[in-house]
Design a protein around this ligand. Structure first.
Ligand SMILES: *Cc1c(COP(=O)(O)O)cnc(C)c1O
Length: 391
């Protein structure tokens, strides 16, 4: 206990209730009851970081020049590796000096970017259901989120025409995310071109989250927002080594795009953090230069798992699309259930932890999210258990 009444700031007092606390509670009860838990709730790769990346860190950790503060924008050599990777992967040209910024994971950049551009009362367009960091970052900056609902009817892509004209006029920034968490839907280059036109017309900064661009199936490579003509004039893309190279614990990501947006985010960061451990940036250079065979192997593993889970769920009569990317399966709950009640049913009766769709925003009600970050044997077991419990 504090020695006097501690008052929380409005920005954290007004955070939406932590929906997942209820799930943690149910999970704990299931474990106490001796249930063997299959956790399909977490979006965190279960596989280890590829060895060459770890070896670079081992070597670099011993170099005293890395023991001091890193440069604020990130090592130029890391930013150059990012630019080369963008060229190789997307045929997008970016100047490593002015159009690339190193981040302490992309979540850090996404959470901080509103501080650079949003004043009290400013409107930001956010996809919903979506990564909770978008609306929270907006709210911390004093801004107001306007939800762009992702629904079956609009193919789970924001319907730009449905955004009221006065909102579009007022909006200063838009978050987008493809391949998407939680729906796994992938936007096309044509869609991104429409976003660029919309952003130009209404003077909206686009912040595209591409954390899952390298987790794709059937050889169908998702495109970068920056591949759309004119995109680099209106926005930035957030990227991460986390999902691509199983490096969620390492905390390294980057932003690429419009120089003025990169500069604004850089200014915020210079004032509140001191960058990424340079030995980790060295390891990041190794990761970005790795042969595609490494990521192909990882994709192969996820694809096998996806196939086991999706085929199993469809056989049970559940309604879902086969994901083309990311490691999420977005499933409609059976008739008579809500997101919360189906989540509870699966934990309590079968020991399967999933995430209720409404936890990502109201339009996610009626869905649950499952992940393929566990072995195919466990996924098959989950399907078996679901068949046994029924609904
Ligand atoms: C995992 C994830 C990220 C990446 O987070 P890092 O901070 O780079 O580890 C970004 N956006 C979404 C939607 C994610 O699911």
């Amino acid at each position: 206990m504090a020695g006097f009444p501690i008052q929380y700031a409005e920005r954290i007092r007004t955070l939406p209730p932590y929906l997942f606390a209820a799930i943690d509670d149910m999970k704990r009860k299931a474990i106490e009851g001796g249930m063997d838990i299959i956790n399909l709730g977490i979006g965190d790769p279960d596989l280890p970081t590829p060895e060459p990346i770890i070896e670079t860190l081992r070597q670099a950790a011993g170099n005293p020049k890395h023991h001091q503060y890193p440069s604020y924008d990130g090592m130029l050599s890391f930013r150059t590796a990012v630019a080369q990777w963008y060229q190789r992967r997307f045929a997008v040209t970016a100047d490593p000096k002015t159009e690339v910024l190193t981040l302490i994971g992309s979540k850090e950049g996404i959470g901080h970017v509103p501080l650079a551009f949003i004043d009290k009362g400013d409107v930001v367009l956010v996809p919903s259901p979506g990564y909770p960091v978008y609306p929270v970052g907006v709210s911390f900056a004093g801004g107001i989120s306007h939800e762009m609902p992702l629904t079956k009817d609009n193919g789970f892509l924001p319907d730009l025409d449905a955004i009221p004209k006065d909102i579009a006029k007022k909006a200063k920034l838009m978050f987008l995310n493809s391949p998407n968490n939680p729906t796994s839907v992938v936007a096309s280059k044509e869609y991104f071109k429409k976003v660029v036109d919309f952003a130009k017309e209404h003077h909206i900064i686009v912040c595209h989250d591409a954390a899952y661009s390298e987790i794709y199936y059937d050889g169908k490579r998702p495109c970068s927002f920056l591949e759309a003509e004119g995109a680099i004039d209106v926005g930035v893309e957030f990227h991460s080594l986390s999902k691509t190279f199983n490096m969620t614990g390492w905390r390294i990501g980057f932003a690429v795009g419009c120089q003025d947006v990169i500069a604004g985010l850089g200014k915020v960061k210079t004032n509140i953090d001191s960058g990424v451990f340079q030995a980790i940036q060295e390891a990041g250079i190794t990761a970005l230069a790795l042969d595609d065979s490494v990521t192909n192997d990882l994709r192969g593993i996820y694809q096998e798992r996806r196939d086991v889970l999706v085929a199993g769920l469809k056989k049970l009569g559940l309604s879902l699309e086969t994901p083309e990317a990311a490691f999420y399966v977005w499933i409609e709950v059976p008739k008579g259930f809500t997101s919360a009640s189906f989540t509870a049913h699966l934990i309590e009766k079968a020991g399967i932890v999933t995430t209720p769709g409404n936890g990502f925003g109201d339009p996610g009600e009626g869905y649950i999210r499952m992940t393929v970050t566990t072995t195919k044997e466990r996924l098959a077991e989950a399907v078996d258990r679901m068949q046994k419990i029924g609904w």
